[in-house]
Design a protein around this ligand. Structure first.
Ligand code: GUN
Length: 287
């Protein structure tokens, strides 16, 4: 049986469903995308987000600001977009330049337009099981697991990494799905003893190919959230890798996400979903 979880195919299906819903209803949700500076990776991500919007029939308003933009100027723009009834979702691509406090930026976005789900209100809603925006990457992982009929309830899930963007919300989502969840991090002792008990292992450590077969048990489902650039000359023409050493782990895993083409495409698909939800929430509350 094929062990590969095809994130590209699942993301395409999710985006197709959103496109159809939007078309049928004759609506036009709008996402504002803000990029400060010209970080090459961020520029690629932002362009991919704009392309996905176009595919789904979501309007995108792009704000590409110079790296010298002050925090005050950025906060003013967010304030203006918060008040703009034509805008349903606001996304500030991270990281922002060093002179800007990312926490202030995240908290400035209206919770009703926080399609990234990074604000304290969104994180709190997830924690207590209330409705709110769920961060796109962990939401995408859940969508992948459901798409491949992976049983989650009662399973041991180990989330490697505790970032606010992936690890923590991922752990909360797996808990919501009734998994028994363990979170590991840089201070964890005897990490392999923990990861080897995982039925579902979710890697978000930010270290290229750190997780080899010695970390996993036979038949585990392996989800790789990492993405790292490689020198193709030194890696058989490969440009990207994940946190998981794919070749080492493949034979032991029952299912595994590749990099690229695993979790990555799901992040953008879930952003589209959140933007449509934002539109719906705003239009309901207006009666
Ligand atoms: N930078 C890396 N991942 C993300 C993301 O999901 N959203 C935003 N806004 N910035 C990011």
């Amino acid at each position: 049986m094929d062990r590969i979880i095809d994130g590209k195919a699942v993301a395409a299906r999710v985006k197709e469903e959103i496109k159809n819903k939007i078309e049928e209803r004759g609506i036009k949700p709008v996402l504002a995308v803000i990029l400060v500076g010209d970080d090459p990776a961020s520029t690629v991500y932002v362009n991919n987000k704009k392309k996905a919007c176009e595919f789904c029939g979501i309007g995108s308003k792009s704000y590409e600001l110079p790296s010298e933009t002050t925090e005050e100027e950025l906060l003013k723009l967010i304030d203006r977009l918060n008040k703009d009834k034509e805008i349903n979702g606001i996304l500030v691509q991270l990281p922002v330049p060093k002179h800007i406090d990312p926490d202030k930026v995240i908290e400035a976005i209206s919770p009703t337009k926080d399609v990234d789900g990074f604000s304290t209100q969104s994180a709190g809603a997830l924690m207590v099981g209330k409705k709110g925006f769920v961060p796109c990457t962990p939401a995408g992982v859940i969508e992948l697991l459901h798409s491949y009929n992976v049983e989650i309830s009662g399973k041991n899930c180990v989330v490697m990494g505790r970032s606010n963007i992936v690890g923590k919300p991922m752990a909360m989502l797996m808990l919501r799905e009734n998994a028994t969840v363990t979170v590991t991090h840089t201070k964890t002792k005897d990490i392999k003893e923990i990861t080897k008990r995982a039925d579902i292992l979710i890697a978000a450590v930010g270290k290229p190919r750190m997780i080899d077969q010695s970390y996993i048990k036979d038949g585990a489902v392996i989800i790789d959230v990492g993405i790292h650039r490689l020198d193709p000359a030194e890696n058989n023409g490969k440009k990207l890798c994940g946190d998981v050493d794919y070749d080492s782990v493949y034979d032991k895993a029952s299912l595994i996400t590749p990099v690229p083409g695993g979790v990555g495409p799901m992040t953008i698909a879930m952003l589209m979903k959140n933007t449509l939800s934002a539109y719906d929430m705003q239009n309901k509350s207006q009666g």
